[in-house]
Write a protein that binds this ligand. Structure first.
Ligand code: 5GP
Length: 114
């Protein structure tokens, strides 16, 4: 199967503005930011989307949330606030089939989403 754009970023075949990395997670700025801070956090191990991660890999959910907390602190968003989003499938608005968590902040975000 062809690599997704995010696997190509992990493999450093495509450049990205990387803000955080550990053994499990890579975080980089979204190419088309929807807020002053818009960072994508992805597992290095490929999973297409949230709903298909098998139970043996569920620890990745904790890794993603913990890394998001670190990055949010790094971006000084603790006081002003931020939003974490995972889009699953067509109705969710998913466009890249590699599990990713959006971290958005730096402006007030409306609710509900469109
Ligand atoms: P989704 O809609 O699947 O939840 O989010 C995919 C996100 O990936 C979008 O916000 C889109 O702007 C971002 N994106 C797509 N291609 C690239 C890329 O090549 N580099 C970066 N940094 N972000 C990308």
């Amino acid at each position: 199967m062809a690599k997704t754009i995010f696997e190509r970023i992990i493999d450093r075949e495509v450049p990205a503005d990387i803000v955080y990395e550990d053994d499990h997670i890579l975080a980089f700025r979204d190419l088309s930011p929807q807020a002053p801070v818009h960072i994508l956090l992805i597992p290095k191990k490929h999973h297409a989307r949230h709903g298909t991660v098998p139970s043996e890999d569920h620890p990745i959910f904790a890794h993603l949330l913990a890394a998001a907390q670190r990055v949010a602190r790094q971006c000084h968003l603790e006081e002003t606030g931020y939003r974490l989003v995972i889009n699953h499938g067509p109705d969710g608005g998913e466009t890249v089939p590699h599990l990713h968590l959006h971290l958005l902040g730096g402006r007030p975000l409306s609710w509900p989403p469109g």
